[in-house]
Design a protein around this ligand. Sequence first.
Ligand code: SAM
Length: 211
Amino acid sequence: MVTDWIGWHRDYDDPGSSLARRLVVVREHLARALAEFPGEVRVISLCAGDGRDVLPVLARYPGPARATLAELNPGLAQRAREAARELDLTGVDVRTGDAGLAGTYLDAAPAHIVTTCGVFGNISEADAARTIAALPALLHPGGVVVWTRGHGGIGPDPSDALRACFDRNGFEEVAFTRPDDARFRVGVHRLNAAPQPVATLAGRRLFSFAR
Ligand SMILES: C[S@@+](CC[C@H](N)C(=O)[O-])C[C@H]1O[C@@H](n2cnc3c(N)ncnc32)[C@H](O)[C@@H]1O
């Protein structure tokens, strides 16, 4: 099944939607994470969509910022480019490409912040584990990952397995938002272990979208 990702983004236009609420939380966490890194900051956003979570927050960041956004859908990637231009963000590079392939953004690593929003719910558990295990090679020491996961409403909350996986891979939890009345979760994890060499990711596939 091929998802209509442009249509998926329309939910953002309804301010009462779960997605619009999630956006507010992601932006808040991202702004807090950015504030930890005075000076030039580097961000990598995997499956960036139209960039509406990252770009407005970067525009308010007082220091120089470089961001690499990887997004497969050319229409969404183009929207992200236009948004960056409108916000006067000259350090943003939107790549129309497969974020499952580390080579798409490897030259932008190490980053201070990596975002994986709207990713883990669309890939297998094994791919999510592989991606989390690869994140230490994309980050500076103390770098931060901002991620999201939805809960379908039945059974264990899949975000708990992801939190445990971050823990196993040398991350500490900085924040975790699980609203009582919504199914989205937003996690923020900081790398507490030594980063791995970026070269370990050369030529590697981390994930494929399951739908
Ligand atoms: C659930 S949306 C999340 C978009 C954005 N991160 C957000 O949270 O608003 C998933 C996005 O991943 C993109 N996508 C799907 N497979 C991809 C891949 N292999 N590489 C890069 N982007 C991909 C889709 O086009 C879509 O924009």
